[in-house]
Ligand binder design. Sequence first.
Ligand code: ADP
Ligand code: MG
Ligand code: MG
Length: 353
Amino acid sequence: MKTKLCLLYGGKSAEHKVSLQTAKAVIGALDADKFDVFPIYISTEGEWIKGPQLQGPVEDIKVLEYKEGEAIAPNALSTTLSTANSTGSESYDVIFPLLHGPNGEDGTVQGMLDLLNLPYVGNGVLSSAAGMDKVIMKNLFAQAGIPQVDYVWFTRRTWEKEEDQAYEIAEKEIGYPCFVKPANLGSSVGISKCTNREELAVAFKEAFQFDRKIIIEQGVKAREIELGVLGNDDPQCSVAGEIVPKKDFYDYKAKYEDGDTALIIPAEISEGIYEKMKEIAIDSFKALDCSGLVRADFFLTEDGQIYMNEVNTMPGFTPFSMFPLLWKHTGVEYPQLIEKLVTLALERHEDKQ
Ligand code: ADP
Ligand code: MG
Ligand code: MG
């Protein structure tokens, strides 16, 4: 019996193109003897469009961008998701959301799949939502005793009402340099580094364009080390990797456009630091009640201080992204990694029943 796998990709977020590339790579890696593959494309306008069952790898991502004419009406989503093919009434065995950012990685899609009682790869509603909101994530980490930089946060309304007071609090509690970020985003969108009041005011304005809530963090001079975590109740860690941005920090351009950020795997860190990071990565995974996978991102300062920066509940997943590369170096190739995630999805679904 083959597994009927539905790939959900595209989406309204800034990572639309990346998601298409991921879908193409995942399709190419799936064993045709084990999987029947069904695509659902989410357009940049947010329309869900069901494509025909795929017969093997696709040459170009354009093939995967189905046209609007076949769009699924929102009120028909549940029916569509409960039927794998146009003739049968059988549902998919598992859904793999290859989506990043809001409306994909933040628990919204996961909530819909829960309502339909469909198994899906990766994190559930709670961990996805908590991982997307940097303030909530940090609050939960603080409670679990996970080391992290100091932070404060503001809503747009409080800032609009008492602008100077917000800057004063940020300066008093955090100081310079600091990083200002929208609470609910990824891919470094809307993030600025500030070294004085003028920059702080500009950074607040910028971040509030993307979210009603922002976070201000103490800026550290540090290496950026990342670990892959895989599992459900007994999560395992990959080797560590290091990101070396050519710029001042790992901003959106460095992530997606320049392509000249170096990934060093395995990272050159001591065994002691690696062991400590593994422990913190697992504690973080558990603090957010994660399932399936996360990429745990750390700061490592010159004097050996480790800070948890964030976990990403749907990390970049092309074969050239950090998470799959970390697992490759740990001995899990891309096709195996996908199969492992599907197994974990089915296991977690069973657990929930
Ligand atoms: P995103 O979820 O968008 O990836 P991050 O919080 O990881 O947001 O920030 C993006 C990048 O900005 C980081 O990879 C790092 O280069 C830099 N950065 C973020 N916060 C800090 C900080 N507190 N100190 C130093 N650098 C930071
Ligand atoms: Mg992130
Ligand atoms: Mg990040």
